[in-house]
Design a protein around this ligand. Structure first.
Ligand code: NAD
Length: 475
């Protein structure tokens, strides 16, 4: 795994160090480990786009496919002004291990375009996204059975719509064209729950970790998220939804929020939805009624709390600030938010670190459901909802007959209603995250590994390596 000199080596070398640490615990040959390290395909492209003033702008973009052990490859598309090749390679590697951990049948990939999405017009973003898609099509770097992008930092449903529309226009006979990208809006054959899936998965993952009394006792915490103080960095797709579910479903108290413009602190709790409304209305989280402003924003990470959720970007916790982190649990919602030196200090101080490749895998899990739905050309609930309702109603009637009691109308409604598509997505997502956590924790304990990240990488590396061993090499 190496990028060109100076090209995002930091993040890539962080991921390589995590990989090497876990790979030592496998019995794989040096050659197989080399194959697991290598990015199978790296595509760098520069293309011209018309600026709003009629001029030409040359835009740099990437798509990296880390592992072809399963196809299609899968991974988000990010827009950032300081994007580089090493960063995209690191993110593609993480995707391979993430997919393996939650047992979704994809290899890992990632894409990126070097633009500041907030500094350009929507029309310009559309031209860039469509041209990027066309470039990927030319090189076979996109397609339902090849490589399937999704939202990531700086992108969302809008960009996914432009991608699928461009793909379909240039592949008019492809029946499965909608499966070329996930994270689409419902109107474009997306799936309910995908928008919030990564943050929801982060919440489910934290709940899983905090339910284990033995692990919480070691941290000096009572089990469960309810009443615990939470700080979140990044109020974007992942951070907002993670904090929203932690507050609304988990009963957590959000005491601090960091955004790019600064941070806010309120020891008695912040209403996450009100903060989001305030930011939408004023353009900033600063000045939120009842909260103290914090500048610079990074100081929010050091607030007193039980759970810290970095959900913005990589390399936010390093050897520089790790000694001042007060949280007992650091929950990596972003990709790579803690670098290895920062991690060493946190672990020495007894912090429980829930690793990114497990914790933010909810997004790709829901993307998998969306992809399957697109290939099936039918919604998950369509064939079962009414049948399930009939069956539930019969059961309720039988209970009434046997007991001689009448179930009230509101109770009857709850008991008899069949599942909607979103119910399938939420429950399957929770089950996936729960199983993955149990598997990782079991390996952590059974093989006496130093930390959860090493265990998560080991589980994933062994799955991918065994897949290569069974397949052999062809041609
Ligand atoms: P996003 O663009 O929706 O939101 C990111 C937010 O972080 C923005 O509001 C931005 O202003 C803020 N931010 C940037 N730098 C910051 C800083 N220094 N301090 C505080 N806030 C800062 O992006 P997202 O989709 O929520 O992605 C966030 C992270 O989660 C990334 O690491 C991404 O790779 C990872 N991730 C995203 C998904 C997904 O489905 N979107 C899935 C898995 C992992």
């Amino acid at each position: 795994m190496s990028a060109e000199p100076g090209q995002g080596q930091g993040f890539l070398s962080d991921v390589s160090r995590y990989f090497e640490r876990a790979a030592r615990h496998t019995e794989f040959s040096p050659g197989l480990l080399e194959q697991l390290r290598a990015c199978n395909g790296v595509y760098r492209v520069a293309f011209p786009v018309e600026r709003d003033d009629g001029g030409i702008e040359v835009v740099e973009a990437y798509r990296v496919e880390h592992s072809h052990h399963r196809l299609p490859t899968k991974g988000g598309l990010r827009f950032t002004p300081d994007l580089n090749q090493g960063e995209v390679m690191a993110l593609a590697v993480l995707m391979t291990y993430k997919c393996a951990l939650v047992n979704v049948p994809f290899g890992g990939a990632k894409g990126g375009i070097r633009i500041d999405p907030h500094a350009v017009s929507e029309r310009f973003r559309e031209r860039v996204t469509r041209r990027y898609t066309a470039e990927l099509i030319k090189k076979n770097f996109i397609g339902p059975s090849l490589d399937v992008p999704a939202p990531d930092y700086g992108t969302g449903e809008r960009e996914m719509t432009w991608i699928v529309d461009t793909f379909q226009a240039l592949n008019p006979t492809q029946l499965d064209a909608y499966a070329c990208v996930t994270g689409k809006p419902i109107s474009m054959h997306g799936i309910p729950g995908r928008r919030e899936a990564t943050g929801l998965g982060v919440y489910y993952g934290i709940e899983q970790a905090m339910a284990i009394a033995e692990d919480m006792k070691r941290l000096g915490l009572e089990p469960g998220l309810a009443g615990k103080r939470v700080v979140v960095q990044g109020l974007g797709n992942v951070g907002y939804h993670a904090a929203h579910f932690a507050q609304e479903h988990g009963g957590a108290v959000i005491v601090g929020i960091a955004e790019i413009e600064g941070g806010i602190h309120a020891p008695d709790g912040l209403d996450i939805d009100a903060v989001l409304q305030h930011r939408r209305a004023t353009g900033s989280i600063l000045g939120f009624p009842g909260a103290r402003n914090i500048q610079p924003s990074a100081e929010v990470l050091e607030l007193e709390c039980d759970v810290l959720i970095p959900a913005a970007l990589e390399r936010q916790i390093t050897a520089e600030n790790a000694p001042r982190i007060q949280a007992r649990i650091v929950a990596e919602a972003a990709n790579g938010p803690v670098d290895p030196d920062g991690e060493r200090i946190l672990l020495e101080r007894g912090v429980l670190l829930i690793p990114d490749i497990f914790l933010n895998a909810g997004g790709v899990t829901a993307s998998y459901f969306e992809w399957v739905k697109n290939l099936s050309h039918i919604s998950f609930a369509r064939m079962t909802k009414r049948q399930q309702e009939i069956s539930n109603r019969r059961l309720v009637e039988m209970v009434e007959q046997v007991t001689g009691k009448t179930i009230s109308a509101p109770e009857r409604k709850i008991l008899t209603q069949g599942p909607n598509e979103i119910d399938f997505v939420y429950t399957a997502l929770e089950e996936t995250i729960a199983i993955a956590y149990q598997e990782v924790r079991e390996v952590w304990k059974a093989r006496a590994l130093p930390d959860l990240r090493t265990a998560a990488y080991l589980v994933a590396i062994e799955r991918v390596g065994n897949c290569y061993l069974s397949q052999g090499i062809f041609p």
